[in-house]
Write a new protein. Structure first.
Ligand code: PHE
Length: 359
């Protein structure tokens, strides 16, 4: 091997042994750098004759080109290897299954409330929302609840700041205050329309359209066990007109229960009871004819004909206007519908429990 052939083969071997671009540049310096082996040979040509210079120069140049070619091949190879490494590290396996976004859903009690609203909506009932912090007036006094009624005691009611000593504010103990709030608004609105000569009485023969509303929402009592929670839900119902009777209550509530539970042979019982704001009053019980609860009477609502004092507090003449009200427990309806026996499960927020109700 000539000295030039040796240098070229040494250069190829040195380049081939490098694994990084920096190593390669260092190896390059050994051959093509200022004191590299090729450069040294060039310097050595000074002593040669003109003819020798020509042939030796050409030979050195060929070797230099061969080394430069080897260098650029190695550069390319290292760059390719680097790219391959990077591609491998960042590889996407497009055959992997996609990540799924967890699907949220409504709380079982919300599903019940939606169902209640849909069913009563189909019977022409409006849906109203009211405040959870109430005044003594709307929660008790306007509802004909006497000063010494046990429901007003500290044991049963969460009193909060505001109001007066004699009439403190409180977390509403039922949705019944909405009877008064809604009726008062309704009366005000239609009085104004009548006064402005714009009343549209429709089928109602009186001076004002009927009041037909449900008011679902949260309610609060000092109570806590498997079937009572300090916060629970109620849904009020109110229908006031000139000719609304207990018979309508029976019809509406029976129709509601049968639709809600999807059971035509479900039976209802109106058991005499007492509420200060209704007279007569009844507790409504239902009985299933089949399923795990078949044959048992289950209480689902309080109800009654709206007391004349309450009608008066609505701003209406009890001699002319009459109707019924009911208050049911959506939590209890949810328990019955899905066969849940502990109310607290609804409020623990355990996703394993709650996710079972998605439909
Ligand atoms: N507010 C009553 C309760 O909380 C239920 C009820 C509502 C009774 C309307 C009669 C009429 O128990």
């Amino acid at each position: 091997m000539t000295d030039l052939e040796t240098i070229v083969s040494d250069a190829k071997a040195a380049f081939g042994a490098t694994t990084t671009p920096a190593d390669l540049e260092n190896a390059k310096a050994l051959f093509l750098g200022k004191s590299g082996r090729i450069t040294e040979l060039m310097k050595g040509m000074a002593q040669l004759s003109v003819d020798e210079k020509k042939s030796r120069g050409a030979a050195i140049n060929l070797s230099k080109q061969a080394i430069e070619a080897a260098l650029s091949d190695r550069r390319q190879a290292l760059a390719d290897a680097e790219l391959q490494k990077q591609l491998k590290a960042e590889a996407l396996d497009v055959s992997l299954p996609g990540r799924q976004r967890a699907q949220g859903g409504l709380h079982p009690v919300s599903l019940t409330l939606e169902r209640i609203e849909a069913i009563f909506g189909s019977m022409g009932f409006d849906v109203a929302q009211g405040p959870e912090i109430e005044t003594d007036w709307f929660n008790f006094t306007a509802l004909n609840t006497p000063e010494d009624h046990p429901a007003r005691s500290m044991h049963d009611t969460f009193y909060v700041e505001g109001g007066t000593q004699a009439a403190p504010n409180l977390l509403r103990t039922h949705t019944s205050p909405m009877q008064i709030r809604y009726a008062v608004q309704h009366v005000k609105k239609h009085r104004a329309l009548i006064d402005a000569g714009k009343s549209n009485e429709g089928a109602f023969t009186g001076s004002m359209p009927e009041i037909r509303v449900i008011a679902p929402g949260r309610t609060y009592r000092v109570d806590s066990d498997a079937t009572h929670s300090p916060m629970f839900h109620q849904c009020e119902g109110l229908w006031i007109g000139e000719n609304v009777s207990f018979k309508d209550l029976k019809f509406v509530f029976t129709d509601f229960c049968r639709t809600f539970f999807e059971s035509d042979d479900l039976v209802l019982r109106f058991r005499p009871s007492f509420f200060p704001f209704t007279e007569p009053s009844a507790e409504i019980d239902i009985q299933f004819s089949s399923g795990p609860l078949a044959g048992k009477w289950l209480e689902v609502a309080g109800s009654g004909q709206v007391h004349p004092n309450v009608v008066r507090n609505m701003g209406l003449d009890p001699e002319k206007y009459i109707g019924f009200a009911f208050g049911m427990g959506p939590d209890r309806l949810t328990m019955l519908r899905y066969g849940v026996n502990d109310l607290r499960l609804f409020f623990d927020g355990d996703i394993r429990f709650l996710s079972q109700f998605q439909n």
